[in-house]
Design a protein around this ligand. Structure first.
Ligand code: ATP
Ligand code: MG
Length: 359
């Protein structure tokens, strides 16, 4: 599945923009401030219902306008519409049906977004962003993952509400039985996904960072030598004081190490960006290979933090991807390897519009 048409209205610096992308590679070129990130941010909304650079949907509405509107036509024949006004929530429409959730959108279009902010995921992002990377894959890997996660989240919410009320532990026993049941399910689905992804991920990571022997391990959110039910009981008083649940899959983390050290304490910023790029590439390619489901790759500022050699490695991977790719750069020369490909479409941005288009 790929986007054959994209329309953008009153989004960031664009009043009206439409493009008919190539099913394969699309390079978006323009000077600073011409709207490259905004264009791929619009794509991020069409694939995931959210931005990769802000949680404030409102900031994406064009100055002095009331509402942004995004439309994507996907082959074979599905349409997606996203709108957000200053007064209401995000509205997601799939094939005209406006009753859609973020998960419907995500199920329709797996997308991996690689952007300059990735350089901070390991050092500043904390467990939440690493957990999100892992769960992105677990979501597509096993159909049940999402509903199990939803059920778990409801129970966690209930448990935290009881904690805030200061209830006695007896009242929580039933909740904790369910909590542990779903926690164990999430643990095994995450572990299964990482296990299957590992050979491909290790190969790709090693091609970017051969000298580091990087390893991956999941911290599932509690001490693996102990039963979770026991941990929940033992920590009840502590949980009551902090008013939330301190252990469980909501605290999981993907521990990435080299030589026994966490990579965030070892690798340079550029190397951390490379590592995240490699992980995201591997996750998308794994989906493509195992499930024959094409992932859309959106790469903002292709050259960011990568030296010439790493750009070549990255380009080679991109050229072998079956799904659709959108890549931005300030200069055509930065994507010279990609440019040579027959299936590459070019869009040059200036003055808030596309001034040159070639296929
Ligand atoms: N809500 C908004 N309304 C109007 N313009 C906006 C809005 N939000 C951002 N902009 C402007 O949109 C322009 C494009 O920004 P964008 O980040 O997309 O540029 P870019 O091409 O990615 O630049 P760079 O090469 O520096 O990354 C900027 O001038 C920015 O100030
Ligand atoms: Mg940008």
């Amino acid at each position: 599945m790929y986007f054959s048409k994209i329309k953008i209205q009153n989004f960031r610096n664009f009043e009206n923009l439409s493009l008919n992308p190539s099913p394969k590679i699309n390079a978006i070129i323009g000077m600073n401030g011409t709207g490259k990130s905004s264009l791929v941010e619009a794509l991020s909304y069409l694939c995931k219902g959210k931005s990769f650079r802000t949680n404030h949907h409102e900031s994406a509405i064009r100055n002095n306008e009331d509402c942004f509107f995004l439309f994507g036509e996907k082959e074979p024949s599905i349409s997606v519409g996203i709108s957000r006004s200053r007064r209401s929530d995000l509205i997601i429409k799939i094939d005209g049906n406006s009753d859609c959730k973020l998960s419907d959108l995500a199920a329709l279009t797996p997308a991996q977004i690689i952007h300059p902010g990735d350089a901070n995921i390991l050092s500043l992002g904390g467990p939440k962003s690493r957990r999100a990377m892992l769960d992105w894959g677990a979501f597509y890997h096993k159909k049940d993952f999402y509903s199990i996660w939803q059920n778990f989240s409801k129970i966690l919410k209930q448990r935290n509400a009881y904690l805030r009320k200061g209830c006695r532990y007896e009242y929580l026993k039933y909740i904790d039985t369910e909590f542990v049941r779903y926690a164990e399910l999430i643990k095994s689905l995450r572990a299964e996904y990482l296990n299957e992804l590992l050979p491909m991920m290790t190969e790709i990571v090693d091609s970017f960072l051969p000298e580091y022997g990087i390893s991956f391990e999941i911290y599932h959110g509690w001490d693996k030598r102990k039963e979770l039910s026991e941990i929940m009981r033992e920590n009840y008083d502590r949980d009551k004081i902090i008013q939330h649940t301190g252990y469980g899959p909501q605290r999981a983390d993907l521990k990435i190490k080299s030589n026994g050290f966490l990579v965030q304490d070892l690798l340079s910023r550029g190397q951390q960006k490379m590592l995240i790029t490699a992980i995201k590439l591997a996750q998308g390619l794994f989906l493509e290979k195992i499930f024959r489901k094409n992932c859309i790759f959106i790469i903002d500022d292709f050259a960011s933090e990568l030296d010439n050699r790493k750009r070549d490695i990255f380009s080679n991977y991109l050229l072998n991807i079956k799904g659709q790719i959108f890549v931005t750069a300030i200069d055509k020369d930065l994507v010279k390897n990609i440019k040579l490909n027959d299936n590459c479409a070019f869009f040059e941005l200036k003055d808030n519009s596309i001034i040159k288009e070639s296929k």
